[in-house]
Ligand binder design. Structure first.
Ligand code: ZN
Length: 202
C-alpha cells in the first residue's frame, strides 16, 4: 500500500512553502482529514493498520483517540478490530474522558491518532486511560512523522518523541519531511513567503 500516494491523490499531502504550528517552515503539509473524508479510503487504511496490530498478537479491548484529530482514524480502526471506541477531549486545555465513557480496570487500550508527530496528545490521552484504571498496550496512527519509531522499523526515536519506548507504535508509513527554522529556510531565501494552512478558514 502506497500511503503517500493515497495522501497525494486526496490532496492531503500539500506541497508548497508552509509555516507549521511549531513555527518551523516546511515544503510539505499533511491534512489527514482530507484523506479520511472518503469513508472507503478511511476503511482501507484502517483495515491495513488492523492487520499489523492483529499480527502482533497484542490483545486490544478498546481504542481511545484524542479529539479532534484522532477521531475518524480511531473509529475506523476500532471498527476494523471489532472493539469499542472512546475518545478523550481537552477541557480548558486538559485532556479528559467524559460523556459517560467507562474505562474498566485492567482493560487494554490502543491510543489512535491520525498522525503521530511527537505524540504529545496521544500520551495525554494514555495518561487519562491509566488514571481510570486501564492499561495502554499500543499506539497507532495512519502515518508517523519520523520523530518516534514505528513497529517494524529500526532506529532510535528523536529526543522530542514523547511516546514510551516500551509500548509499540503501529503506523502505515513514515512521512519524514525536512523542517527549517525561518532563518535557515531555503524557500524564504529564494524570496517566497511561508503560508500557514488553516489561517484562511480551512
Ligand atoms: Zn520559509
Amino acid at each position: 500500500m502506497n500511503v503517500e500516494q493515497i495522501y497525494k491523490d486526496a490532496s492531503a499531502l500539500l506541497e508548497g512553502h508552509f509555516k507549521l504550528s511549531s513555527g518551523n517552515h516546511s515544503k510539505y503539509y499533511l491534512q489527514s482529514a482530507k484523506v479520511l473524508e472518503d469513508p472507503k479510503t478511511a476503511k482501507l487504511l484502517a483495515d491495513a493498520l488492523a492487520v499489523q496490530i492483529k499480527e502482533s498478537g497484542i490483545k486490544i479491548d478498546a481504542v481511545c483517540s484524542p479529539a479532534l484529530g484522532g477521531l475518524i482514524a480511531g473509529f475506523a480502526l476500532a471498527t476494523a478490530l471489532d472493539v469499542r471506541f472512546i475518545f478523550a477531549e481537552r477541557v480548558d486545555g486538559e485532556m479528559s474522558i467524559r460523556r459517560g465513557f467507562e474505562v474498566k480496570p485492567g482493560e487494554t487500550y490502543l491510543i489512535c491518532e491520525d498522525i503521530i508527530t511527537t505524540g504529545g496528545s496521544a500520551l495525554e490521552a494514555a495518561k487519562q486511560i491509566k488514571l481510570a484504571g486501564g492499561e495502554v498496550v499500543a499506539y497507532a496512527a495512519l502515518a508517523n512523522r519520523g520523530f518516534c519509531v514505528r513497529n517494524g522499523v529500526q532506529g532510535e526515536p528523536k529526543s522530542n518523541c514523547k511516546l514510551p519506548c516500551d509500548v509499540p507504535l503501529f503506523a502505515l508509513a513514515d512521512f519524514t519531511f525536512e523542517m527549517y527554522s525561518p532563518e535557515d529556510c531555503p524557500m524564504c531565501k529564494d524570496g517566497s513567503v511561508a503560508y500557514k494552512p488553516g489561517s484562511r478558514g480551512n
